[in-house]
Design a protein around this ligand. Structure first.
Ligand SMILES: Cc1cc2nc3c(=O)[nH]c(=O)nc-3n(C[C@H](O)[C@H](O)[C@H](O)COP(=O)(O)OP(=O)(O)OC[C@H]3O[C@@H](n4cnc5c(N)ncnc54)[C@H](O)[C@@H]3O)c2cc1C
Length: 457
């Protein structure tokens, strides 16, 4: 792998000014020509420029099969919310945005959806039929399939990541065949396939478990001393269905605590004015101090549908300018306090380049490539200003501080951990690679990111 390929692969933020897309070797056969869509050549944040301008946009599963069959190399592209090279291809990408059907099976309590469906589209639809999901990420704009492929998560001591709701998936494998896998029929392979990193094939549809719909209310408290976390961390994070702490790492405190409670009509709840010394906010707040809360979900204890409270950001608003970078490390929850204190030592390096840090908890699961695989976790997230040269220098320092806790980086965000370190964190990696060998023996779905983080030592 040459320097350029390594850089592209290495989970690093690369701006269009650092690397421009390179030619993809278009076929002279019109049937092989993928559509070009210059507008989608960058990811959502704009920090990453994809390496090909070939983008297939099939309208049916049959067209997906045909595209995969003829492609030499191909990668699925969702809603482009990843910050690193995971969705990139040097040859061809395929977007399933037109596969947007949703079918509820009320008896089985499941919904089967096309790969083009976002959480923002799915949530009101299932809610209108009396159903809900167990959790959501901080924003609803991402595709369900892309979220599941990278172990996207929300918060909650007992909430597993979003892919844990997946009970079946259909994908197109390297030879163009359709393959259906389900939790019930293929328990072992299924656990390896859900968080597939786009490597197993092009997922055309997913089936998700549903639960009865519910209401949520959320309240925000300001200024929680980190001292309170030393002995009360589990109680603080367990004080709601989903709890997030935000901090700028200064003054040894969380600037905001967002607590989301499920409403139990039989047990009305009165929110206290104080929470471990933190004061209840009197107005809606944006997690980044000083930013307008217009884009944020309602926080004044007013009940609302689960999908309008669990995300921090409302569907019809872009959470921020989009000009931001994100990093996130998962550490075992038993070491959460020590890990927070370790990162805090870098506060004066971190804060000048940071919009905000969010601390969340995620329940462990048994999905092979999950950042929470067999580890109840604390996720330490950084929303950075778009200042990659500075951020790039800080990440190794944070990773060194977290090294004793064996951090697992979020697959879709920015990190600088060496491939060997990443690989060492996944005990089922060999099994996952065997699964890939079976379904994609020639590496049709492999890109430079996967070569680096799954195969290079
Ligand atoms: C503002 C913002 C907020 C975020 N908040 C959260 C959060 O709260 N929690 C969290 O965990 N993450 C969060 N993320 C990260 C985000 O959830 C992941 O980047 C997720 O992968 C985005 O899905 P996508 O469809 O945009 O994926 P893309 O970036 O398009 O692709 C990601 C991966 O999914 C694969 N993929 C997509 N479609 C398919 C398919 N049909 N078949 C096979 N593979 C496929 C791609 O190949 C690629 O490997 C956030 C990102 C942003 C920009």
């Amino acid at each position: 792998m040459d320097k350029r390929e390594f850089l592209k692969a290495s989970g690093l933020a690369l701006t269009g000014t650092m690397l421009t897309p390179f030619a993809s070797g278009q076929s002279s056969n019109p049937a092989e020509s993928a559509q070009r869509s210059p507008a989608t050549r960058k990811n959502w944040s704009g920090n990453y420029t994809y390496s090909t301008d070939r983008l297939d946009t099939p309208a049916s599963v049959e067209e997906v099969q045909a595209a995969v069959k003829r492609a030499r190399k191909i990668r699925a592209l969702g809603t482009r919310h990843s910050f690193n090279a995971i969705a990139d291809s040097a040859v061809e990408q395929i977007s399933l945005q037109h596969l947007d059907q949703m079918v509820i099976d009320p008896a089985a309590r499941t919904v089967t959806l096309g790969a083009g469906v976002t959480y923002g589209k799915l949530a009101p639809y299932i809610d209108s039929h009396g159903f809900a999901l167990h959790n959501l990420a901080s924003l609803p704009h991402i595709s369900v399939v892309g979220g599941c492929a990278t172990a996207t998560h929300g918060s909650g001591m007992r909430n597993r990541n979003l892919s844990s709701a997946c009970s079946a998936l259909e994908l197109v494998t390297a030879n163009g065949d359709r393959l259906t896998l389900s939790r019930a029929k293929d328990p072992d392979h299924f656990a390896g396939s859900v968080i597939g990193l786009g490597a197993l094939g092009i997922v055309t549809s997913l089936t998700l478990d549903l639960i009865p719909t519910y209401q949520v209310e959320q309240v925000v408290y300001q200024d929680l001393s980190f001292d309170e976390l030393e002995h009360n961390l589990d109680t603080i994070f367990g004080s709601g269905y989903s709890v997030s702490l935000f901090t700028d790492w200064q003054n040894h405190r969380a600037t905001q605590v967002w607590i989301k409670r499920r409403v139990d009509p039989d047990k009305p709840y009165t929110w206290p004015q104080e929470f471990y010394g933190a004061k209840r906010a009197t107005q809606n707040l944006h997690p980044v101090t000083g930013h307008s809360a217009e884009s944020c979900t309602e926080q004044r204890g007013i009940p609302g549908p689960w999908y309008e409270r669990l995300p921090h950001f409302r569907m019809n608003f872009t959470p921020s300018s989009g000009s931001e970078l994100q990093t996130e490390y998962f550490v075992p929850r038993e070491h959460a306090y020590e890990a927070i204190r370790a990162v805090e030592q870098l506060r004066d390096r971190i804060t000048p380049h940071l919009f905000v840090t969010e601390l969340r908890t995620i329940e462990s699961d048994s999905l092979w490539m999950s950042m929470a695989y067999q580890r109840p976790s604390l996720a330490i997230h950084f929303t950075w200003k778009p200042e990659w040269p500075a951020v790039q220098k800080i990440l190794p320092l944070i990773e060194a501080k977290l090294a004793p806790f064996e951090p697992r980086p979020h697959w879709a965000k920015l990190f600088t951990l060496p491939p060997a370190a990443v690989q060492s964190r996944y005990v089922k990696l060999a099994d996952f690679k065997e699964l890939l060998r079976q379904h994609d023996p020639d590496g049709k779905f492999r890109n430079a990111f996967l070569e680096t983080y799954l195969y290079n030592a």
